[in-house]
Write a protein that binds this ligand. Structure first.
Ligand SMILES: NC(=O)C1=CN([C@@H]2O[C@H](COP(=O)(O)OP(=O)(O)OC[C@H]3O[C@@H](n4cnc5c(N)ncnc54)[C@H](O)[C@@H]3O)[C@@H](O)[C@H]2O)C=CC1
Ligand SMILES: O=C(O)CCC(=O)C(=O)O
Length: 448
């Protein structure tokens, strides 16, 4: 592997030199490149074509000013981003994140991951991501609307049903997608599938709301089945309490598991009797309150300040569904010491490299984000198909397709891991399988 290590070092050096201040992007790129060693050895043509240094560079990055008025009539300003990472296999596709931590490096890491995730779905979608450092927390609906309208007033130039199709991510859900879609339509007069995650009455797909969380559980079920285990009766911890976490909770309960802990960015709740889905949905989806109010209604549950403490709760299965790098090496060791035997990632890059190593060294079944959370974007692609056909499928039809896609992703990545000499390493399998499809398409398209 000496030659492949040299190639990786050279690419990494370029990446860091160009953008030294993007640690999350460096982390995501290094993780993929490290897994590609056997691919680089087997396919010297990729290196000769300079493909690795091209695949780590976005095709285009847009940064724009987003001015808006708050409810007091004061002018405010945020920064907007859209990164067109890779269009080798289809139009750019990926969510928009509104969170104060957003910067170009974070959007690039998400767009890079999205490229390979989208490839794994088997559907014709390229990779993109965008967002803003706008914080929707504590803002009124009118403020959020004015922000979304201003954001789209610039973004509309770079998106389109066959160009780039954004969707939700942290801080962007159905409300925001509705405001963004309304403004796109006012500006362009086009009624087409430029965004996914739309409301059902205006072109949204049934099951998209549930898709990432449900897909995560379908993936987990397949991974456990392949290892002679199952979910029923197991104790589960899910971090976060947003879109992904809530529908992971719903499906985990339907599969017979007991979910005992969930969190938000302030702290976590522990309910030994199992978290009540209806309460969480109401607090988070309707009232938009902090998770600590859960214990006011359920006195047997406890609330603890600090979100990281959730990983000290004893469980069989951990599903990180909040944000990047939320499980570090120390938390991973605690989880292992407490007997965790399966981890599947709902969030994007929630485990640090040290955490992943700890899980793998201790025989914990590990489902990597690119594969295990791909159900959301896969269902977005099904929404795009329905929009193009001007048809709507039933909940059951979409759910069945989602399940098939997740099972196929599991089989595809475990097969890739076997084929490239790292059997059982699903993180490597996901990187290899996701990469190969994009790389072959880029090779066929010339120096792009
Ligand atoms: N919405 C989707 O379809 C998809 C989302 N993802 C990823 O899943 C993760 C969650 O996204 P959504 O549920 O859509 O966002 P959301 O905005 O609906 O929920 C995010 C949740 O995470 C919590 N959170 C944020 N930082 C936290 C921290 N440091 N510790 C604990 N909790 C924290 C928030 O309080 C909130 O409950 C993100 O990593 C996102 O990129 C991945 C695939 C698809
Ligand atoms: O549905 C989509 O296009 C976006 C999903 C997403 O942002 C993700 O997979 O991380």
């Amino acid at each position: 592997m000496g030659q492949s290590q040299k190639v990786i070092d050279e690419v990494m050096e370029q990446v860091k030199k160009r953008d030294p201040d993007q640690p999350e992007f460096h982390q995501a790129v290094l993780e993929v490149l490290e897994s590609l060693k056997p691919v680089i050895e087997k396919h010297p043509e990729f290196v000769e074509a300079g493909l690795l240094s091209r695949i780590v560079e976005p095709e285009r990055q847009v940064i724009f000013r987003v001015p808006w008025f708050d409810d007091q009539g004061r002018p405010r300003m945020n920064r907007g981003y859209r990164v067109h990472f890779n269009s080798a296999i289809g139009p750019y596709k990926g969510g928009l994140r509104y969170h104060p931590s957003v910067n170009l490096g974070i959007i690039k890491f998400l767009g890079f991951e999205q490229t390979f995730k989208n490839s794994l779905t088997g559907l014709p979608i390229g990779g993109g991501k965008g967002g803003s450092d706008f914080d929707p927390k504590g803002k009124s609906d009118s403020e959020v609307m004015r922000f979304c309208q201003s954001f789209m007033t610039e973004l509309f130039r770079y998106v389109g049903a066959d160009i780039d199709v954004p969707a939700g991510d942290i801080g962007v859900g159905g409300r925001e997608v509705g405001f963004l879609y309304g403004q796109y339509k006012r500006i362009t007069m086009l009624y087409h599938g430029v965004l996914t995650g739309k409301g059902i009455s205006y072109g949204g797909s049934l099951t998209r709301t549930e898709a990432t969380g449900y897909g995560l559980l379908y993936f987990l079920e397949e991974m456990l089945k392949d290892n002679g285990k199952n979910i029923a009766g197991k104790t589960v911890v899910i971090s976060g309490s947003g879109n992904v976490a809530i529908y992971a909770l719903e499906k985990a309960r339907q599969m017979g598991a007991k979910v005992v802990a969930m969190s938000d960015s302030n702290g976590y709740i522990f309910d030994p009797e199992g978290i009540k889905l209806d309460t969480i949905k109401r607090i988070k989806e309707i009232e938009r309150k902090r998770i600590k109010v859960y214990v006011e209604e359920h006195p047997k549950a406890q609330y603890y300040e600090g979100s990281k403490g959730i990983w000290t709760i004893k469980c069989d299965i951990a599903l990180p569904c909040a944000t990047q790098n939320e499980i570090d090496g120390e938390s991973a060791k605690t989880l292992v010491a407490n007997g965790v035997w399966a981890v599947a990632e709902g969030a994007n890059m929630p485990s640090t490299p040290e955490a992943i190593k700890t899980f793998q060294d201790n025989g914990v079944l590990f489902g990597p984000a690119k594969a295990s959370n791909a159900g959301g974007v896969a269902t977005s692609a099904l929404e795009m198909s329905q929009n193009s056909m001007r048809l709507s499928w039933t909940f059951e039809e979409v759910d069945a397709k989602l399940k098939d896609i997740m099972v196929n992703i599991y089989r595809q990545i475990s097969q890739a891991a076997r084929e490239y000499g790292c059997e059982g390493d699903l993180a490597a399998g996901a990187n290899i399988a996701g990469f190969l499809k994009v790389a072959n398409a880029m090779m066929a398209q010339g120096l792009v």
